[in-house]
Design a protein. Structure first.
Length: 317
């Protein structure tokens, strides 16, 4: 197993260079030789085989997406913790897996059952190392960036700096929150910025430039939409304008078209909030692509606020 090590922290890339549906995990080893803590569990079969050989006490999940949670059913004796927004989502998926409601074929349901909810913005002792889970909504509502101040590590996760650009295509995604969260990471006193996919480790000196290049993709997408509408593109044809994915790639998988539809819908609503007179156009777009306008932005209340519940083995410093 190839990994980098910074102090007690092992950075374990997922298969296929952590390309989706795989992601990078952090394994924090106890300095005194006790049980370890894992952050995210979506590395793929070879990574799971390695992790099963370790003594892992707890798994902290940054958010509920399957490329970060898919290995959790293999660790049924391990305590699983999730953020306040995603606890109910993950619990529902786990129950569907147990009852067979998913038919056993939907990877989104292949998750372990979360036992506890961790707090944001508080020091948590993970196998003797202090970690702060920084809330960074945008990619998803509950998404967070684990920060390990003692070793200067910030796991920026799905703020992944790829040439494809930011992913904000879920009902609980938000473009402006994504931008704000990404810029928040610049304020963190970290030396190492770690993505969950492909790029891996980026040092402080190069991170601001790479982040700006990455965020510029958002504005380029929006400009393509504006130009297409200006040229008279119909709502039905808007997904064929190479805004997010290339049109030629739409046939590769159903999720590509779905992401294109949702991504453009998010941009249209953002443009409306900025004063663009596109209300009727958006409604026509939603109808053409069978999107419920109310489901384009779908947010929830956190299930719990504060420290982990009484009886938790999670130690708050």
């Amino acid at each position: 197993m190839n990994y980098e090590k910074i102090g007690p922290v092992e950075i374990i890339p997922g298969e296929s260079q952590s390309r989706s549906p795989f992601s990078t995990s952090l394994l924090i080893r106890d300095k005194s030789g006790g049980e370890s803590t894992l952050i995210d569990c979506g590395g793929g079969p070879s990574v799971f085989a390695y992790l099963q050989q370790q003594s892992i006490r707890q798994i902290f999940l940054t958010h509920f997406h399957p490329d970060h949670t898919s290995g959790t059913p293999l660790f049924d004796q391990t305590q699983i913790l999730i953020n306040p927004y995603d606890y109910t989502r993950l619990l529902q998926f786990a129950e569907m897996r147990k009852t067979g409601a998913s038919g056993g074929t939907d990877a989104r349901k292949a998750v372990g059952t979360p036992q506890l909810i961790y707090p944001y913005e508080q020091e948590i002792s993970m196998s003797g190392t202090t970690v702060i889970m920084l809330h960074a909504p945008g990619h998803s509502e509950g998404f967070c960036c684990p920060y390990i101040p003692e070793h200067g590590i910030l796991m920026i996760g799905d703020i992944d700096l790829t040439s494809f650009g930011p992913w904000y295509f879920g009902p609980d995604s938000d473009i402006d929150q994504f931008i704000a969260s990404a810029r928040m990471t610049l304020e963190v006193d970290a030396k190492y910025f770690l993505t969950s996919h492909q790029k891996g480790m980026v040092l402080r000196e190069e991170y601001p430039r790479k982040l700006e290049q990455y965020l510029e993709i958002i504005e380029r997408r929006e400009e393509r939409i504006k130009q297409a509408i200006k040229k008279g593109c119909s709502p039905a044809e808007l997904i064929l304008q190479d805004v997010i994915y290339f049109r030629k790639d739409h046939g590769q998988a159903a999720f590509i078209v779905r992401n294109e539809q949702m991504g453009i819908a998010k941009h249209l609503k953002r443009m409306i909030r900025k004063g663009e007179p596109l209300g009727d156009y958006f409604l026509e777009y939603a109808m053409a692509h069978k999107l419920n306008p109310e489901h384009v932005d779908q947010f929830t209340r956190p299930a719990f606020v504060g420290a982990a519940k009484a009886g938790s083995e999670t130690k708050m410093n």
